[in-house]
Write a protein that binds this ligand. Structure first.
Ligand SMILES: C[S@@+](CC[C@H](N)C(=O)[O-])C[C@H]1O[C@@H](n2cnc3c(N)ncnc32)[C@H](O)[C@@H]1O
Length: 263
């Protein structure tokens, strides 16, 4: 055989196979077909139904200003769907074959510029740039991620297929009917709340807030309050009056009231 007549890439692939008995990855993934339920590092691969992927992105209200990160991105469907909506999206996937499969799929859909994939452990990945996190993992993994998710910028949306976050109740839940979705059909949305816990000085007296995830309670002067923090928006009622405002670091700006943090 004349080596000069042989395409260089093929020759290289052939020599790797002969030397190692292993197909180089780019060749292997051309025919790679993941099996539902196949083992993954911490979670097996099961794809989200496309209808639920669409619902998850709808619930997160993704826009082209967002950066979506799918943790454990599987065959890349959530990332590619987001990219087809004009949104930048990154898939984090431990299995290198799934990463290559996803890159090939993104290229085939013409969205490789917006849909990128990193081969990495989701627990060792910096999530701080994401404005939307999507995931289909397990309750135990969600719980391990929960402290990190709560440090993300207030207003970051987290959407999970099926699995909850224990005491951090979802801000919204949607379950699709049997038409178009038969398994894994519930999506839950959490909006990372600003940190409002503490004591604040207001013209109406001190506002003391105890915060449990997005729920708040406490006192304004001697009046009890209950309310909620959604992203950087705070709202509570005190003696039948409704207060709303925006938490900006150590101050709260309301339409007709302000507060500054004491501690
Ligand atoms: C249930 S699948 C979900 C796939 C995709 N997000 C979807 O909704 O179709 C979970 C994925 O997480 C990946 N995975 C498991 N442990 C991981 C880890 N520590 N870091 C990154 N990916 C991981 C698995 O390989 C699998 O592809």
């Amino acid at each position: 055989m004349n080596a000069l007549l042989f395409p260089k890439r093929l020759l290289l692939a052939l020599s790797i196979v002969l030397a190692t008995g292993v197909l180089p990855r780019a060749q292997a993934t051309d025919t790679y077909k993941p099996q539902v339920g196949q083992p993954g590092k911490d979670v097996v691969w099961v794809p989200s139904p496309q209808a639920l992927v669409d619902t998850m992105l709808d619930m997160a209200k993704v826009t082209p200003q967002d950066l979506v990160m799918d943790l454990g991105s599987g065959d890349g469907r959530t990332v590619i769907t987001a990219a087809k909506r004009g949104v930048r999206a990154v898939g984090v996937e431990y299995n290198p074959d799934l990463v290559q499969l996803s890159r090939n799929a993104a290229a085939a859909e013409g969205v490789s510029d917006r849909a990128t994939f990193v081969q990495a452990d989701l627990f060792k990945t910096d999530l701080s740039q994401a404005s939307v996190i999507t995931m289909f993992l397990l309750p135990s993994i969600n719980l391990q991620l929960r402290p990190t998710l709560l440090t993300l910028k207030p207003g970051t949306r987290v959407v999970s297929n099926t699995f909850h976050m224990e005491e951090w109740e979802p801000d919204e839940t949607k379950t699709l009917g049997p038409v178009g979705c038969s398994n894994w059909c519930t999506a839950m949305l959490w909006i990372v709340p600003a940190k409002a816990q503490g004591t604040w000085r207001t013209p109406q007296g001190n506002l003391t807030i105890t915060q449990s995830f997005q729920m708040i309670s406490g006192t304004l002067g001697s009046t009890r309050i209950t309310g909620k923090v959604t992203g950087d928006q705070i709202s509570f009622t005190a003696a039948g009056s409704q207060y709303t405002g925006r938490v900006i670091g150590d101050s709260i700006q309301g339409s007709n009231w302000t507060a500054s943090r004491i501690n």
